[in-house]
Design a protein around this ligand. Structure first.
Ligand code: ADP
Length: 246
């Protein structure tokens, strides 16, 4: 990853993320945990990246640092050529609000609000949000927009969470085990929605999973182990979620 050809700055847009030597340690002394060790990674605009690796290999730590939820102990990180590694808390908050949509394993919807209201909540602090109904249509939930979370299945709730993440038109969609709590068919529907957002909106997507089959959907698969990038693979062809089997 470090030996990129020398191209004039004007020839190619900067990567969305440019990380060099990213490390993260927790604790100190004998109790120190090396969650991330000198990770180098460039993520291009519009890419679909899958992060694979065993539990504890550093996937969430990397995703959280890319998304401005956490800061590295060492190394540099740029977002669209702007320095993020040393940004203060308020700059990171601005970065997250403007540019990052998060989806986690659990949906964190507000039970007393309808689908529309859950999605609309976010648009107040967004600069150029899409219409709430457009975001809901993108995840295929228009007929359910006046329902409450408890009236929806787990997969539908996750799709609401995705609508909430993308309604502000973020540059990047970061997903930490988005299908971890879902059954096979429902998980596939959620993956289809993430793939659609990536292809139709051009949103850069980075998805953590335990499920190696999901790697077939990616432009590139980043394998983490013991806090390091073990290897990066480029599948010959991006599969649709319907083509995946596990
Ligand atoms: P993964 O997402 O691949 O399961 P994580 O990034 O969550 O891995 O964790 C990487 C390592 O860092 C693990 O050993 C984990 O226990 C440790 N770790 C993560 N967060 C913390 C924390 N807040 N305090 C201490 N150790 C942590």
């Amino acid at each position: 990853m470090t030996d990129l050809p020398d191209t004039p700055a004007s020839a190619a847009p900067p990567p969305v993320f440019h990380a060099r030597g990213l490390s993260k340690t927790y604790g100190s002394g004998e109790l120190v945990v090396h969650a991330l060790r000198e990770v180098d990674l460039d993520v291009q605009r519009g890419e679909f990246i899958v992060l694979l690796g065993p539990s504890g290999s550093g996937k969430s730590t990397l995703l959280n640092i890319l998304g401005g939820l956490d800061v590295p102990t060492a190394g540099t990180l740029q977002f669209n050529a702007e320095d993020l590694g040393q940004a203060g808390e308020s700059a990171l908050t601005q970065f997250r609000r403007r540019h990052v949509g998060f989806v986690f394993q659990f949906y964190n919807l507000i039970p007393s609000l309808t689908v529309r209201e859950n999605v609309a909540l976010v648009t107040d602090i967004a600069e150029h949000p899409m219409p709430v109904d457009e975001a809901i249509a993108l995840v295929g939930l228009s007929p359910r927009r006046d329902h409450f979370p408890a009236q929806l299945s787990g997969g539908e709730q996750q799709r609401v969470a995705i609508a909430r993440a993308i309604v502000k038109r973020p540059a990047v969609l970061l997903c930490d085990e988005p299908t971890g709590a879902l059954d096979y068919q429902t998980g596939k529907l959620v993956l289809e929605v993430i793939a659609r957002v990536n292809s139709e909106q051009g949103t850069t997507a980075i998805v953590i999973t335990h499920n190696a089959a999901i790697a077939g959907m990616a432009d590139r698969v980043v394998y983490l182990g013991d806090g390091r990038i073990q290897r990066i693979e480029k599948p010959p062809r991006r599969l649709t979620p319907a083509e995946l089997h596990w």
